[in-house]
Design a protein around this ligand. Structure first.
Ligand code: FA5
Length: 366
């Protein structure tokens, strides 16, 4: 009896002193485990007479109950302490400043594409896309450049060795104009889209790269005329450059897919070696810079795209995105855009948090 009492007291003290879950498990095995002394004592009850059992059982059972309870309580306490310790160790204080400078920035071309989409969305334009690997029907033929058309040669095209299953040449699109054809065939008229994206030409110097970016614009509706085109481009450039003194010059030109065709120039001045848009290109200290081509969609193109030229007219334009990015953000060598130089990106790139919005200003830098 006294034996059990003192053994129980010793066990309870050991349980209370167990400093971790392993020590506690060792104590459980020693008491309530299969070969633990409490279990063995319980087994002896079977061999006793009823009187002996009545006398011995309560002490053993109460020892088992109190030890089991103490084991559970100590286990819960040790687990809670372990959790506390882990939580304290793994704490992240979100109010602390970042340890390292954030890396990565948005390329000016991507930023300008977001700005374009934002401004044109406000004018009711949707964004359309087309494949960069095109066939010559969409890139040339449907744009009124048949196989012998000299304008095909002007585009310095990268061709693939293989043809499509129906015998068309496959190429890297030389402009975004094939998206006009795809949009008209897909959607019919009326239509109001822009199509920004990559284009490819075998061309390279400070203002030409083999891959560059254009944004195509296409509006097809009834009674559309060149005045709508001029207003749209002027409104766009004023919002894009965030200045009212933008002057555009539409110069007669030739594109097989527009008639009439006009080249779009913007007036700029040189300030400290940097081109700054604004002002009339013929004013003192100013000049004109070509930024794109445009015109009224040629009736032949409407026919290729399944639209009736007697019912529908429209205008289209194609602007060099890299050129307008250079003008807006002051870079002077187009080739640096695609060198992947981290220092250039750190200087000219944008914070991912700098989302262009019309309300906050499309050119805001964070
Ligand atoms: C075209 O590509 C026509 N598709 C534009 C068009 C669309 C006209 C719709 C009419 C209607 P062009 O080859 O001129 O036109 O190119 C348009 C603009 O892309 C140029 O003004 C220039 O800003 C830019 N660009 C042309 N070649 C390069 C190049 N190699 N590198 C960078 N930008 C270029």
């Amino acid at each position: 009896m006294t034996d059990i009492t003192s053994q129980t007291e010793a066990a309870l003290a050991a349980i209370a002193a167990a400093s971790d879950l392993d020590a506690l498990e060792a104590e459980r095995l020693e008491t309530l485990g299969k070969k633990g002394w409490v279990s063995l004592a319980l087994k002896t009850l079977g061999g006793m007479s009823p009187e002996e059992r009545n006398a011995a059982a309560p002490a053993i059972q109460s020892a088992r109950a109190s030890i089991s309870e103490a084991l559970d309580a100590r286990k819960a306490a040790l687990e809670a302490a372990a959790l506390e310790e882990q939580l304290a160790r793994e704490t992240i204080d979100l109010t602390l400043p970042a340890q390292a400078a954030p890396r990565g920035s948005v390329h000016p071309v991507s930023q300008v594409m977001d700005e374009l989409a934002e401004i044109f969305a406000d004018l009711g334009f949707a964004v359309a896309t087309g494949p960069e690997i095109e066939d010559d029907w969409h890139n040339f033929t449907a744009l009124n450049m048949d196989e012998t058309h000299p304008a095909r040669a002007m585009h310095d095209t990268f061709y693939f060795a293989d043809k499509t299953t129906d015998g068309k040449d496959v190429l890297l699109r030389t402009h975004t104009s094939p998206v006009q054809i795809r949009a008209m065939l897909d959607q019919g008229a009326p239509i109001r889209i822009i199509a920004p994206g990559r284009v490819y030409r075998s061309d390279s110097d400070a203002t030409h790269t083999p891959m560059f970016h254009q944004v195509e614009g296409l509006v097809i509706d009834r009674d559309i005329h060149l005045g709508h085109l001029k207003w749209t481009l002027e409104t766009f450039f004023k919002a894009f450059f965030e200045r009212e003194d933008i002057v555009l010059r539409l110069r007669p030109s030739y594109f097989p897919f527009t008639e009439p065709s006009v080249e779009v120039d913007v007036g700029y001045s040189n300030e400290g070696g940097r081109r700054v848009v604004g002002g009339h290109g013929d004013a003192p200290g100013h000049a004109w810079m070509e930024i794109g081509g445009s015109g009224m969609v040629n009736a032949r193109v409407l026919e290729f795209a399944g639209l009736d030229p007697a019912a529908w007219q429209g205008f289209a334009f194609g602007l060099g995105i890299d050129r307008i990015a250079m003008l807006k953000y002051g870079m002077n060598d187009l080739r640096a855009f695609f060198d992947g130089d981290g220092r250039w990106l750190a200087h000219y790139g944008f914070s991912p948090f700098d989302q262009p919005t019309l309300s906050a200003g499309v050119g805001a830098r964070a």
